[in-house]
Design a protein around this ligand. Structure first.
Ligand code: IPT
Length: 981
C-alpha cells in the first residue's frame, strides 16, 4: 500500500530534494533537510473539513509546513466513565497550555467476545474524538493492540487468554484477532484524522514498549503487519512506537513498511526516578543507539510517555501507604520543571506526560497490581481538580504556543554558571538564545549567567529549574534578556501583551530593546525602570501581577509587560479566536472564548470570587461570562474589567448516609442443596493457557469456560472420601486474590494471597495452595459438595510478550489427603455482560447474577439494618440504600465516597453506584479509602442507589462502616453533564 500523498506532499516545497513517496529508504532523507524556517505555530486544530499535511524533519513536526511542538498529556477515556466529563478534563488541559491529548484505547474495554465490539455510551470513541477536536486539541491515538497501562491483561481482552497461539508476535491466530480489533477501531479513527479535516488525530502508535523479538522475524513481521494493516485501514498520519529504555528499537528502517518509511517516527519513553539527576536523551546525551532521541537522527525527538507521576500498588508500598498525595509530592511542580525542561533542552519536541489525568480503574479494569484509584499523582487529580502541577505545564505550554523559537533549537556553545547545570541552545533563524538552568543541589543558587552582552543575575531554588531566553522577539519588539521565564506574547488589538513568570519573591531584570527612549508607566506593583544605550531595564520582584506599560521607543504599538508569579500565571488565560487572540485574567479557569463583533463571550469556572479582565481585538466592548452579561470598564492596561467580581462557588451540602440501609445475605452456592444444574460442567481437558493443566486433574481454569472478570464459583460433588483428612485447593489469581471454601455448607476457611509488603511487588503469576482440614463429622464415604469462591483479581499484564495474560485464573487443582475421590465440578462466573456498563462491570457473585447492584432491583424484602456493622461470617453480604442530592445546577461538585474502619478487619467491599462498579475497597490492605463517583453516573440532582457487596473472610469481625460522601472539589461553572444511563 502506498502512503497517502496528501499527508506528506506539502513538504515537497520545503525541501531541496522533494519526496520520493512510496520509494526506497531514500525517502526519509528528505526529512533531513532543514530549510523550513521558524514561523508562527499552526492555529489550534479543529475538524475544519480541510486537508492538512503532517510532515517532520529532525527538529519537529510540521503541520501545513508550520513547526509544531507537541505538548501533550495522557488520559484514558475508559478511566472516566462519563462522556460529558471528557470535555471538562480536555478543556482544563487546553486552558493550561496542552495542545495535545494522548489516549490508550484498550481492546478489552471494547470487546466482550471475539467478533463483538462496542463503541457506544461510555465507550463512544467517536464522541471522545469529536470532543477533543471541539476543544482544539490534537490527539495521539494508542490502540495497542497491547497497552500495558496497569489494565487487566495490559488491555488484552479476557477472551484472548483462551485462544490459541502467541500474542505480540507474527502468529496467525493472534494476528487474525488483532486485525478484527484494528478494523473496528480504525473505522472510527479514520473519520477523525487531521489530514482530511475530519478531526484532530495527529499521530498513531502501534504496539507499546515492544522489546521482545526485536531482531527475530516473529517480531519484525508482527510490526510490519501492524504498520501495513493500519495504513490499509486509511490511517495516513505518522505512525510510531514507544521504546522502553531508549534502546533504539523500531527506529525507521528496522522493519518492512512497504516503502513507507517517511511516515514512521521513533519514540521512546522515560520514567526516571525523581531523586536522580534528569537524564540527557538528545542534544546533550551520549549519542548512539542508547542515546534516546539520537538513535534516530532524522526524526524529531519524541517521548510518547514521560512519567508525570507514578502508580501505587495494593497496600500502598511505593508511597509508604500515603497514597497518591505522596506520588504527587514526589513528582511535583519543581520535578516537572527539572525533568521536562531538560527534555526540551535535549530537542524533544513531541512530549507527552503520562498521566495528566489518571482517573479511576473502575470495575474489573485494573491489572492485579493496582487498586481502584489511578490518580497517578497527576497534574489533574482523580476528582478532576487542577493541582499546582499544572503551573509549569501552563507556563511552558503557552511558551511553546506563542514563541516559535522553541521548535527549532540547536545546541550552542557551552556556558557555565556556578552551581547550575546549564543547557544553551539557539534558534538559527530567529537568533534567540535559550538557556535551561537546573539546580540539582540542596541549596538555592544565586549566580550570574553569561548571555550575549551581559552577565544576567539568576536565582534557581534547590531541586528546581527554569528556562530563560535572550534575543527573543516580543511582537514588534525584542527582549535582550530576562531573568524571568517568558510565557507568552500576543497582540490584543493595537497593543501587545507579554507575560514573564517565576517564583514569588524573586528579583527579576528584563531588558527590552528600544531604539529611542520609551514612555514607561508602572500600572500595578513596583518596578524600577531605567533607559540607557537602547535598552529599557525593568527590575521587579515577583509577587502577584506587576504591570509595566511601555509606549513609543521606536514602535507604534504599546507593550504591556506583565510579570506574574506562579499562582498569578494560572489566572492568565490566552486564547486564539478567529478574530484574533484574547487574554483573560482572573477566574480559576477559562473554558471557551468567542469574539463576535464587539462582544466577547467567555465560559469558565470560579472558585473564589474573581474579577474578569479581558484583552482582545480592537473594538470589543461587551463581555459575558457563562452566558451572563457583565458590566465592565476600560482600564489603563488597555483591557476591559468587570466592575464587580464574579461570585465564587457556594457551599455544597452532602447528606449523611445514616438511613435506609437494608441487607441481604448471599452465597446460597455454599449450601449442598443449591441447584447448579445450569452451571458449566468442568469437562474440558486442554487449555491454551500458559499454565499446564495439572496431571490427573480436570480443567478448572475459569477463562476456558468463558468467565473472565471478577469472582468465580466452583461446586464439586464427590463420594468415597471417607478417609479424607484435608483438602488442598491450588489456585491462581493476581495480587490480593482470595479463596473461600465450604464443605456441605460448613465454612472450611479463607485463604489469601500475601499482601505485598516491600517495594519489589511481584507482578507475575500469583499461585498458591489453600489447605483446609476436613471436619471429622464430614469424613464419610457418602455424597458431599465442596463449594469454592475465588476472587481472581484479573489477568497479568504481558509486558515482556511471554503470554503472561494467559496464566490460569481460578482453581487449578484439588487434591485430598487420605482419599482420592473423583470430583465432578461445575463452575459459574459472571453472567452475560451488562449491555451498557460492559464486560468489566461484574463478576460472578450471586447478587451480581441476580442484579442486586442495579438501581431497579427491589430490595423491599431485604432486612433493615443500621451501619456500622461488625460481625463475623465467612461469605458475601449485600447492603443497599438510596440518597438524594440537590447540587446547584451551576456548581460543578466532585464527590467521593469514603469508607474507614478498624484496619484489623479482614473484608472487602465492591461499591456499586447506580449499578456501576466504582471499585474495590480492601479494608485491611488499603491504602485507598475514598472512591471518586463521577457525575453522570452520580446524579447530582436526583436519586441515587448505593449497593455494597461485602466479602468477609470469617477470621475477624467484618464491616461495613457507615460510608460518607465527601467533596473532592467544587467550582462555579463546569460542563453540562448528561446522565450516564
Ligand atoms: C509504561 C507503560 O508503557 C505504560 O502503559 C504504563 O504501564 C506505565 O509504564 C506505568 O504506569 S512501562 C515503563 C514504566 C517501563
Amino acid at each position: 500500500m502506498g502512503l497517502s500523498r496528501r499527508t506528506f506532499s506539502a513538504l515537497a516545497g520545503t525541501t531541496a530534494l522533494g519526496l520520493a513517496l512510496g520509494g526506497s529508504a531514500a525517502a526519509s532523507c528528505a526529512y533531513a533537510a532543514h530549510t523550513v524556517p521558524t514561523g508562527p505555530a499552526p492555529a489550534p486544530p479543529r475538524a475544519d473539513g480541510r486537508r492538512h499535511t503532517i510532515g517532520y524533519d529532525r527538529y519537529s513536526l510540521l503541520v501545513d509546513g508550520r513547526r509544531l511542538v507537541v505538548w501533550s498529556g495522557e488520559l484514558h477515556p475508559c478511566r472516566l466513565p462519563s462522556p460529558s466529563l471528557w470535555r471538562d478534563v480536555l478543556q482544563k488541559m487546553r486552558a493550561h497550555g496542552y495542545n495535545t491529548v494522548s489516549i490508550y484505547v484498550p481492546w478489552n474495554y471494547h470487546s466482550p467476545a471475539p467478533g463483538h465490539y462496542d463503541f457506544t455510551g461510555v465507550r463512544d470513541l467517536d464522541l471522545f474524538l469529536r470532543t477533543a477536536a471541539e476543544t482544539g486539541l490534537y490527539v495521539i491515538l494508542r490502540p495497542g493492540p497491547y497497552c500495558n497501562a496497569e489494565l487487566d491483561g495490559g488491555g488484552f481482552p479476557g477472551w484472548l487468554s483462551a485462544t490459541e497461539g502467541s500474542a505480540r508476535m507474527a502468529d496467525p491466530t493472534y494476528l487474525s484477532y488483532v486485525d478484527e480489533w484494528l478494523t473496528q477501531v480504525n473505522a472510527i479513527v479514520a473519520r477523525h484524522l487531521l489530514t482530511d479535516g475530519g478531526g484532530t488525530v495527529l499521530l498513531y502508535q502501534i504496539e507499546n514498549e515492544y522489546d521482545s523479538h526485536v531482531t527475530e522475524p516473529a517480531g519484525r513481521d508482527y510490526m510490519a503487519h501492524l504498520y501495513r494493516k493500519v495504513r490499509a485501514d486509511g490511517i495516513d498520519v505518522p505512525l510510531f512506537h514507544n521504546d522502553k529504555s531508549r534502546n533504539g528499537y523500531w527506529i525507521p528502517g528496522s522493519f518492512d513498511t512497504g516503502g513507507d518509511d517517511g511516515g514512521w517516527l521513533y519514540g521512546f519513553d522515560g520514567y526516571p526516578s525523581p531523586s536522580l539527576t534528569p537524564p540527557d536523551w538528545g542534544h546533550f546525551g551520549i549519542g548512539g543507539l542508547k542515546g534516546g532521541a539520537t538513535a534516530s537522527p532524522r526524526t524529531p525527538g519524541l517521548i510518547p510517555e514521560f512519567g508525570g507521576g507514578w502508580f501505587d500498588p495494593w497496600g500502598g508500598v511505593w508511597f509508604d501507604k500515603k497514597g497518591y498525595a505522596e506520588s504527587r509530592r514526589q513528582r511535583d511542580a519543581a520535578y516537572e520543571r527539572r525533568f521536562y525542561l531538560t527534555n526540551l533542552a535535549n530537542g524533544i519536541t513531541l512530549h507527552s506526560v503520562y498521566m495528566t489525568f489518571g482517573g479511576t480503574s473502575w470495575g474489573w479494569l485494573p491489572a492485579p497490581v493496582v487498586y481502584t484509584s489511578y490518580d497517578y499523582g497527576a497534574a489533574i487529580d482523580e476528582g478532576r481538580q487542577p493541582t499546582s502541577k499544572l503551573i509549569p505545564m501552563h507556563q511552558i505550554g503557552q511558551l511553546l504556543r506563542y514563541f516559535p523559537d522553541f521548535a527549532k533549537l540547536d545546541r550552542a556553545a557551552d556556558v557555565t554558571a556556578d552551581g547550575l547545570r546549564v543547557y544553551h541552545l539557539t534558534n538559527a533563524d530567529t537568533g534567540a538564545h535559550v538557556y535551561v538552568l537546573r539546580n540539582d543541589g540542596k541549596d538555592p543558587v544565586t549566580t550570574t549567567l553569561p548571555v550575549p552582552g551581559a552577565e544576567l543575575p539568576v536565582v534557581v531554588p534547590p531541586q528546581d529549574a527554569r528556562l530563560l531566553a535572550a534575543g527573543l522577539g516580543l511582537g514588534r519588539r525584542r527582549v535582550r534578556h530576562s531573568s524571568a521565564q517568558p510565557m507568552l506574547a500576543l497582540a490584543a488589538g493595537r497593543q501587545e501583551v507579554a507575560v514573564f513568570t517565576g517564583r514569588r519573591g524573586e528579583a527579576t531584570v528584563t531588558a527590552l530593546e528600544c531604539a529611542s527612549r520609551p514612555a514607561v508607566r508602572v500600572l500595578e506593583g513596583a518596578a524600577d525602570c531605567a533607559y540607557a544605550d537602547g535598552l529599557l531595564r525593568i527590575e521587579a520582584e515577583l509577587g502577584g501581577l506587576t504591570r509595566v506599560l511601555v509606549s513609543g521607543g521606536g514602535v507604534s504599538a504599546p507593550l504591556l509587560l506583565l510579570l506574574a508569579d506562579d499562582e498569578t500565571s494560572v489566572r492568565l488565560w490566552p486564547r486564539d479566536t478567529p478574530s484574533g487572540p484574547v487574554l483573560v485574567y482572573g477566574p480559576a479557569l477559562l473554558r471557551t472564548a468567542a469574539v463576535d463583533g464587539a462582544s466577547v463571550r467567555l465560559t469558565g469556572d470560579t472558585v473564589l470570587a474573581a474579577e474578569v479582565e479581558v484583552w482582545g481585538p480592537r473594538g470589543i466592548g461587551h463581555v459575558s461570562w457563562n452566558g451572563r452579561a457583565l458590566t465592565t470598564g476600560a482600564t489603563s492596561s488597555g483591557s476591559l474589567r468587570s466592575t464587580r467580581p464574579l461570585a465564587g462557588v457556594g457551599p455544597v451540602a452532602l447528606p449523611a448516609l445514616h438511613d435506609g440501609w437494608r441487607r441481604k445475605r448471599e452465597n446460597p452456592e455454599s449450601a449442598p442443596g443449591f441447584d447448579d444444574s445450569a452451571w458449566r460442567a468442568a469437562d474440558g481437558t486442554t487449555s491454551y493457557s500458559t499454565t499446564p493443566v495439572p496431571d490427573g486433574q480436570p480443567l478448572l481454569f475459569a477463562d476456558d469456560y468463558g468467565f473472565h472478570y471478577g469472582d468465580v464459583w466452583y461446586r464439586g460433588r464427590f463420594t468415597g472420601a471417607g478417609g479424607a483428612r484435608s483438602v488442598s485447593l491450588a489456585y491462581s489469581t493476581g495480587t490480593q486474590g482470595l479463596l473461600m471454601a465450604w464443605l456441605d455448607g460448613r465454612p472450611l476457611g479463607t485463604h489469601r494471597m500475601p499482601v505485598p509488603d516491600n517495594k519489589s511487588v511481584r507482578q507475575g503469576s500469583w499461585a498458591d495452595t489453600a489447605v483446609f482440614e476436613v471436619p471429622e463429622e464430614l469424613r464419610t464415604d457418602g455424597a458431599h459438595v465442596l463449594s469454592v469462591l475465588v476472587r481472581r483479581m484479573q489477568h497479568d499484564q504481558d509486558g515482556k510478550a511471554q503470554d503472561t495474560h494467559k496464566v490460569a485464573r481460578g482453581l487449578t487443582a484439588v487434591t485430598f489427603e487420605g482419599a482420592a475421590p473423583a470430583v465432578s465440578w461445575r463452575l459459574q462466573g459472571e453472567a452475560a455482560p451488562d449491555p451498557v456498563r460492559g464486560p468489566q462491570n461484574n463478576g460472578g457473585l450471586y447478587g451480581e447474577r441476580q442484579g442486586w447492584h442495579l438501581p431497579e432491583h427491589t430490595d423491599g424484602d431485604w432486612q433493615p439494618v443500621r451501619l456500622p456493622v461488625a460481625e463475623r461470617r465467612q461469605g458475601v453480604t449485600w447492603y443497599r440504600t438510596g440518597f438524594r442530592l440537590a447540587v446547584d445546577a451551576a456548581t460543578d461538585a466532585s464527590i467521593g465516597l469514603t469508607l474507614e474502619d478498624d484496619p484489623m478487619r479482614a473484608y472487602r467491599v465492591q461499591i456499586f453506584l447506580n449499578g456501576w462498579n466504582m471499585g474495590q475497597y480492601i479494608n485491611d490492605v488499603g491504602p485507598q479509602h475514598t472512591f471518586a463517583l463521577p457525575n453522570g453516573i452520580l446524579r447530582t440532582r436526583g436519586a441515587n442507589t448505593l449497593a455494597l457487596a461485602v466479602l468477609s473472610d470469617g477470621t475477624t469481625p467484618s464491616g461495613p462502616p457507615e460510608p460518607r460522601l465527601v467533596l473532592l472539589g467544587s467550582a462555579a461553572g463546569g460542563v453540562t453533564v448528561t446522565p450516564v444511563p
